[in-house]
Design a protein around this ligand. Structure first.
Ligand SMILES: Cc1cc2nc3c(=O)[nH]c(=O)nc-3n(C[C@H](O)[C@H](O)[C@H](O)COP(=O)(O)OP(=O)(O)OC[C@H]3O[C@@H](n4cnc5c(N)ncnc54)[C@H](O)[C@@H]3O)c2cc1C
Length: 398
């Protein structure tokens, strides 16, 4: 299939979205040049959860077999009370879940997922990867694109995909909504070897301990040999997004009253750095002429639906499908793609905000949450996530 006809796609950003787009456009016969500002292609942080919709996107992009080799399949998602240690709700990820959503729920180390995408790019002679290359300026000239890099050089392409994350330069050019709002939450994360987690604490599930203004998530990675730990709490003061130094006091303070099991796991973490997370208001208009946005550049979201990477992969699958349907006519394909995607991703962005408000509660709100979830059947729980995970028309929104 020679849809690309040797034309050149420029990609700003070599994260999950950018690399997935690069190998997929190369598969269509485009030349692809990826510019990544960091010194190497690297994912910071530890695990990432990939719901059935993310797995479906990987399947569409031909990357599912590689993903399957690295993924861990947890038997359930559990939300647990931070004080009592009792489950508030448990979503089984069993055969009935897979029958309904056609793919399992998985977790994977970010480095492994990025490695799969990087290998797919490196295996393709049409993909050129550049590091320490920041896209500083963008110009549309006669239906094509010219970018300027941090070393002053200029590169021409037939189209540009902005996959440059939360502080996207391409978004600045297309949407112009300024810097993202100040960080709202502080995250500490890391992995520890299996043997540092006592047997009575280790669990094959994705578990979230929730308490007032803070939660703690853990799950195994790879074949269970490492354990992923994630601390998230509400920022109590205005944060400087460039100050990433961490401390044990800061990390542990919000968890003082949490269950002793959480303390035992916190003891295993190395709090030398932190991440600060925020999102943006959903916006339409991700495409203009031969330029479009994907992933966090288009729809940055809080991590509470575990969907940022999944939505980036869905973006790429939709983009490839629209470019194929238009027989490679990029401008109309980019417009169609953005129109198809913006409401679904906006719903995930809003849902992630609602979810964090529902997780980190106390008092009457916590009682209400327990009541709301407590009596739910498996069927009702699956119905609640069908809009996100289901491939079936009618169960999907947008
Ligand atoms: C704590 C936490 C937990 C999460 N958990 C999950 C989860 O379980 N499941 C899930 O699906 N998602 C999860 N996410 C979200 C997910 O990590 C992101 O949505 C996803 O990584 C976005 O990928 P991206 O490629 O769009 O952007 P990024 O990963 O941000 O990549 C953008 C890349 O562009 C580069 N760049 C930036 N500007 C420029 C420029 N001007 N020129 C060149 N390069 C540039 C950056 O260096 C970076 O490498 C989580 C996020 C957080 C913070």
């Amino acid at each position: 299939m020679e849809i690309g006809r040797g034309r050149t796609i420029l990609v700003a950003g070599g994260g999950i979205g950018g690399l997935a787009a690069a190998s997929s456009f190369a598969n269509l016969g485009f030349k692809v040049r990826v510019y990544e500002q960091a010194e190497d292609f690297r994912e910071v942080g530890a695990g990432v959860q990939i719901g059935p919709n993310g797995a479906r996107a990987l399947e569409q992009l031909g990357l599912l077999p590689q993903f399957g080799k690295w993924a861990w399949r947890p038997p359930a998602l559990a939300m647990r009370d931070a004080f009592t240690g009792n489950d508030i709700v448990r979503i089984p990820l069993n055969e009935r879940f897979i029958q309904r959503f056609l793919h399992p729920y998985s977790v994977i180390h970010r480095a492994d997922l990025l490695g799969i995408l990087l290998e797919a790019c490196k295996a393709h002679p049409a993909v050129e990867l550049s590091n320490s290359a920041r896209v500083d300026a963008i110009e549309e000239i006669g239906g094509k694109v010219q970018i300027r890099l941090n070393d002053g050089s200029k590169v021409d392409g037939d189209a540009l995909i902005g996959a440059d994350g939360l502080r996207s330069s391409v978004r600045r050019e297309l949407i112009g909504d300024g810097n993202p709002p100040p960080p709202k939450y502080i995250v500490y994360r890391g992995v520890v070897p299996r043997d540092r987690i006592p047997d009575e604490i280790w669990s094959p599930e994705v578990v979230m301990w929730t308490g007032p203004n803070a939660d703690f998530v853990h799950y195994p990675l790879r074949s269970g040999e490492i354990f992923n730990l994630v601390v998230t709490f509400k920022a109590s003061r205005e944060l400087d997004p460039t100050d990433i130094s961490g401390s044990r006091d800061e990390m542990c303070a919000p968890y003082a009253d949490f269950h002793p099991t959480v303390h035992r796991m916190l003891d295993q973490m190395t709090p030398d750095r932190k991440w600060m997370v925020t999102d943006r208001e959903p916006k339409r208009g991700w495409s203009r002429g031969p330029i479009t946005l994907i992933g966090d550049a288009a729809h940055p979201m809080l991590q509470y639906m575990a969907q940022g990477a999944c939505q980036a992969l869905e973006d790429v699958a939709q983009l490839i499908s629209d470019v194929t349907a238009s027989a490679g006519d990029l401008t109309p394909a980019f417009t169609t793609y953005a129109e198809k995607r913006y409401l679904r991703t906006a719903r995930v962005q809003f849902s992630a905000r609602q979810m964090i408000e529902m997780c980190q509660v106390s008092g009457v709100l916590a009682d209400l949450r327990a009541k709301y979830f407590g009596g739910r059947t498996e069927q009702q729980l699956y119905d609640g996530v069908a809009w996100l995970y289901s491939p079936h028309q009618g169960e999907r929104f947008a």
